[in-house]
Each structure stands twice: as C-alpha cells, then as structure tokens.
Write a protein that binds this ligand. Structure first.
Ligand code: ZN
Length: 217
C-alpha cells in the first residue's frame, strides 16, 4: 500500500459518486476533476486527464507537488490542475476542490447570471452568492487566473462561463456535499425563474450571520 493511498481513495470515491450521479455532464465521459490538498506535505492528489471514471483505480490517481510536477500516477494529471492549484494558493483554508459539468449549474454558465442567496443552509455552506467566472479555454493559465480573481469573495462555489462549476470545501467530503447543494440551489432557482413570479431572497441580516460562522478561524 502506497503512502498516499488513503487520500487517493477519498478522491476516487468522490469522483465515482459524481460520475454515477451525472455531475460530469455525461456518465460515460471523463469531464470534470476532483482534488484534495495534503497541507502537511504540500501535495495535491488529483484525478487524471481523459480517463472514464468507471474504469479508474487508485493507481490512476495522480500526486503533484506545489510546482505541479507529477510525483505519482501512471497517467497525466487533469489539465485543470492549474485551476485547482490556484484555489489552494489563494484560499489556504480550502483542502478540497471539485470541478464539474453538472446540468443545472451549467444553465447559469450560459445565461451568465449569478445564483444569489436562496436558503439558510446554502448560504452557510456555499456563501452569499455563486458568482460567474469569465470564460477562458479549458486547462489554460487564463482560466486559472480568472478563477483566482474571483476567490476573494470567500464563497465556496462558482460558475465557469460556458463551461461548468467549481466548488470548494475544507475537505473533499465537504466539497462533495457542497457540489450537491449547488446543484439543488441551481435547480430550484432555475425552476423559480421560469414561473415569472417575484422571488424572495435570504435577508442580509441572515447572510451576515452565516458569513461570520463561515469566516476562516
Ligand atoms: Zn471542465
């Protein structure tokens, strides 16, 4: 058993759940990626590029160092590792990052409308807004830079314009839960918008309350 196998298993477990539940856009595709940061070793454990999740084993999960040099893994790491690394660099309280092509969040990636605060539990877990990150080509430094410029709002979810979603958490299991909560929020907001009726949002006093609870200690 390798020294990082426990971490790799956690990443693979999350990736499989996301794939089996359609979060990568198509159940048979390899879109999206999952990573966790081992802070004490300054390493990132990340899914490989271009490998269907139903075939993936822990031997396929990659380990990269802070310079994105591959330390372990028989396949190349995700092309989005620069985006994951940008999150860990800018948000030291974060230890799990998930990028998906999930359906309802993707709707907001093409209408370019942020998802506001809708429910207490969403504000507590994700923050007061799921903002839009401007488009850049997948896997580029420009996309990582565009993400980095939005991270200062200290929220835990973002929509990548014409692409998908990016979700953060204090560990990978929390990030997985946050990813499911984002999809619930996007789904409910989308259906609510289609009614054409006036919507109500979480009051600012509640947003401020949850912001204090979510602040990095
Ligand atoms: Zn993608």
């Amino acid at each position: 058993m390798g020294q990082y196998d426990t971490y790799k298993t956690r990443v693979l477990t999350c990736a499989r759940w996301l794939s089996e539940n359609g979060y990568f856009g198509c159940r048979l595709s390899s879109g999206g990626n999952v990573s966790l940061k081992i802070k004490e070793a300054d390493l990132i454990i990340i899914t490989p590029t271009n490998k269907p999740y139903h075939d993936m084993t822990i031997a396929d999960i990659c380990v990269v160092d802070r310079h994105l040099k591959q330390v372990e893994g028989c396949l190349p790491p995700s092309i989005e590792m620069g985006m994951h690394a940008a999150v860990y660099e800018k948000r030291p309280e974060i230890s799990g990052v998930i990028h998906t092509h999930q359906d309802f969040a993707s709707i907001f990636s093409i209408i370019n409308q942020p998802i506001p605060a809708l429910f207490d539990e969403i504000v507590l877990s994700l923050g007061e807004i799921t903002d839009i990150v401007p488009y850049a080509l997948s896997g580029t430094d420009e996309l990582a830079k565009n993400v980095s410029l939005k991270l200062g709002n200290h929220c835990h979810s973002y929509i990548l314009q014409n692409h998908g979603a990016l979700v953060l958490g204090v560990d990978i299991e929390t990030t997985l839960k946050n990813t499911e909560m984002l999809e619930k929020s996007a789904k409910v907001y989308y259906y609510a918008l289609t009614t054409g009726k006036p919507l109500t949002f979480t009051p600012q006093s509640s947003i401020d309350h949850f912001k204090r609870l979510r602040s990095p200690k």
